[in-house]
Design a protein around this ligand. Structure first.
Ligand code: SF4
Ligand code: SF4
Length: 159
């Protein structure tokens, strides 16, 4: 797929995406997602992008905090104090962006132990795509893989 100006095209398509995600055939969408997700990630290179790590914070759930603190040889409380804050949903998120664990070459310093949200982002192989439409729409403006998946879904739904 042509990815030139994808951010602009994605913004222009927000209404069409919203209609398709809310009113489209949910079973058809869910069935198509795994293949579309795989195809999209064959076309984009996360290491040349890292938009998610630069712009968003994952949630750091308790198991994430335990695992990452252990990896870094830090006390959990020190990890929280140094990097995290509570958001309005009472979830721990990063104090700053880009993520402090993002290296200069866009790799992740804690990759094997990264938060579950980082593993799952942008959720394009999950029912989150239709369950949390505002999130999916936002992700489509940040993540080129999400843009590709939504464009393909539009094609499937007949435009
Ligand atoms: S923990 Fe790693 S994968 Fe997650 S946002 Fe930070 S750099 Fe990105
Ligand atoms: S925004 Fe999407 S394509 Fe870019 S690094 Fe994150 S998951 Fe990969």
């Amino acid at each position: 797929m042509d990815l030139s100006n994808w951010e602009k095209r994605s913004k222009e398509q927000q209404k069409a995406y919203k209609r398709m995600l809310e009113k489209g055939n949910k079973n058809k969408i869910l069935k198509a997602l795994p293949d579309l997700h795989e195809e999209a990630f064959e076309q984009v290179d996360c290491l040349s992008c890292a938009n998610c790590c630069k712009n968003y914070s994952p949630r750091f759930k308790n198991p994430d905090i335990k695992r990452i603190a252990k990896r870094l040889g830090m006390k959990e409380g020190d990890l929280v104090a140094r990097y995290l804050k509570l958001d309005s949903d009472n979830d721990y998120v990063l104090q700053q962006s880009p993520c402090p664990f993002l290296a200069a070459d866009n790799t992740c310093d804690i990759y094997e132990d990264r938060p579950s949200d980082c593993r799952r982002y942008p959720y394009t192989d999950e029912d989150v795509v239709i369950k949390r439409v505002p999130l999916t729409l936002k992700n489509a403006t940040v993540c080129p893989a999400t843009f590709i998946v939504l464009e393909k879904l539009l094609e499937l739904e007949g435009g």
